[in-house]
Write a new protein. Structure first.
Length: 216
């Protein structure tokens, strides 16, 4: 799978990692503890949907929900990366959607089972164009919003993140060796909610870009 790079080129996706619970208000709305350390789950690379293509409403769920996120594109290999060095491993940034079968996630949580079928299903990661660090630097603040059919559903700021991009990279690289082509979805602000067939989702992060998809 590849994701377009602004002003030309393609970014070949290797793996997709996701940071769980990285905005306090979202943690609270989901009934969890804001003091927990960061944790991670994954989506398969072929869950990525680029270019604004529509995504099908997935099977086995009655509660498909949206989560707007800053996406980090890794450009340099590293393991046990220090926080102070972490941003040197970033190629660029994009805007993404972590689509979630919330009912399946709730069932998995209750049973103490993995989240893969709730998070890693087909077409579960629409992602916009990647902006290289050389063009936009490293965004640490800026409005992050999601509209569904023109109505704002999620609204926050990158500065609300509990764990910075550098901290997330450092922590994750203690578990796995990060490689060029890896993507890290960095968590979502409050306001997650359900979508249905025909809904148009438009997400944006100031200074980074946008993502768009339709539920078919």
């Amino acid at each position: 799978m590849t994701v377009p790079i602004a002003r030309g080129g393609l970014f070949a996706v290797r793996r997709v990692y996701c940071v769980g619970r990285n905005y306090a208000e979202h943690i609270i709305e989901m009934g969890n503890d804001t003091r927990d350390p960061p944790f991670f789950f994954a989506k398969p690379a072929d869950a990525v949907v680029a270019g604004g293509a529509a995504i099908p409403y997935p099977p086995r769920t009655d509660d498909l929900q949206h989560e707007i996120e800053l996406v980090v594109a890794i450009g340099a290999e590293g393991a046990d990366i220090e926080v102070a060095d972490a941003l040197n491993h970033v190629y660029g940034y994009a805007v993404g959607l972590d689509m979630t079968r919330r009912d399946l996630q709730a069932q998995a949580k209750k049973a103490g089972r993995p989240w893969e079928m709730a998070k890693g299903f087909d077409f579960s990661a629409p992602i916009g164009t990647i902006e290289p660090v050389a063009s936009i630097g490293h965004p640490t603040s800026g409005a992050i919003t999601l509209k569904v059919n023109g109505e704002v559903r999620q609204s926050g700021d990158l500065s609300d993140q509990i764990w910075s991009v550098a901290e997330a990279i450092a922590h994750l690289s203690g578990f796995v060796t990060l490689q060029p082509g890896d993507l890290i979805m960095t968590g979502t602000p409050a306001g997650v909610g359900p979508v249905v067939r025909g809904d148009v989702l438009e997400g944006a992060i100031a200074g980074v870009g946008s993502v768009r998809t339709t539920i078919s």
